[in-house]
Design a binder for this molecule. Structure first.
Ligand code: PHE
Ligand code: FE
Length: 296
């Protein structure tokens, strides 16, 4: 049997040998990956590692090297877990796809990171709508090796459990924070802007676009501003937010968000491409190629 990607809604009808436990957790069916699956990993890995030096943050590149992911074949979660547990106490768990929000938060709060076990098809190397193994493993997992970022992810999980109890608006505010940091964040190094967001580092097109295109805005991190800002799920981002350091991120997100959620409930959301007078602007985007609607 080859390990072919399946749409989330089909997952429970065509399982083959992969047993699914209560919350979608699976044993990584490593022996079932096909030669094509391993080749897809190798192609994407080599392609990203070629363009990321000088574009991805030093912290990301260092962490990825320290993990010892295999470039030529899909890594075994069990092997990565030995390194990761030792470094920061995080554990990877195989999953079929996106989890219910509360399950996801609970895993993060307990330093368990869900990784999609299946990898995209060869014709999907440039773009896939839903997270697959390459996005999760190559994009998200390396920074779990970083002590400060690893703590941020755990704190986010606890914050998620809390926001879930408060209600859908709080959850939306928190999701935007995740989107503009964990998925699409930029960081300012002494030698210039760099990528740390996993949605960017796992995409060749967006790696180039986020740093080098004149189209998007690049704006200094501002917690409440980000929590009000809508985003794109079907195109490159119109705006990227830039942190100075992971410490800054930890510090800014340390306070209790409960009063912030209450305050934001009174305010309008901000369209994905808008620049405000109060923004610290690294680059005002030209807006070239932007879709006029479709912000979520
Ligand atoms: N301080 C946040 C809260 O009270 C928790 C949090 C930490 C959320 C880090 C996101 C990131 O909800
Ligand atoms: Fe992701």
């Amino acid at each position: 049997m080859s390990a072919t990607p399946r749409r989330v809604e089909n997952l429970h009808t065509d399982k083959g040998k992969v047993p699914v436990y209560a919350t979608g957790i699976v044993e990584q069916p490593w022996d079932d990956y096909s030669a094509d699956d391993h080749a897809t990993w190798a192609t994407l890995y080599a392609r990203q590692r070629e363009i990321l030096p000088g574009r991805a943050s030093q912290a990301f590149l260092q962490a990825q090297d320290a993990m010892g992911m295999t470039p030529d074949r899909i890594p075994k979660f069990a092997e990565l877990n030995q390194v990761l547990r030792e470094a920061t106490g995080w554990t990877l768990m195989g999953v079929e796809g996106l989890l219910p929000e509360l399950d996801f938060f609970d895993h993060l709060a307990n330093r368990r990171f869900p990784v999609t076990w299946w990898i995209r098809r060869p014709d999907q190397v440039d773009y896939i709508e839903e997270p697959d193994l390459f996005h999760d493993l190559f994009g998200h997992v390396p920074l779990l090796m970083n002590p400060v970022f690893g703590d941020y992810m755990e704190a986010y999980g606890r914050g998620g459990v809390k926001a879930h109890a408060i209600g859908p608006d709080a959850l939306q505010n928190l999701t935007r924070l995740y989107w503009y940091t964990v998925e699409f964040g930029l960081i300012r190094q002494k030698d210039g802007l760099r990528i740390y967001g996993s949605g960017i580092v796992s995409s060749k097109g967006e790696s180039l676009h986020s740093l080098e295109s004149a189209a998007p805005n690049r704006i200094g991190f501002d917690l409440e501003r980000i929590m009000r800002t809508r985003y794109r799920i079907d195109t490159y981002q119109k705006t990227y937010f830039v942190i100075d350091s992971f410490e800054q991120l930890m510090e800014a997100t340390g306070p209790d968000f409960t009063p912030i959620y209450a305050r934001l409930a009174e305010q309008d959301s901000i369209p994905a491409g808008t620049v405000l007078d109060t923004d610290r602007v690294y680059q005002r985007g030209s807006g070239e190629g932007w879709a006029s609607d479709g912000d979520v």
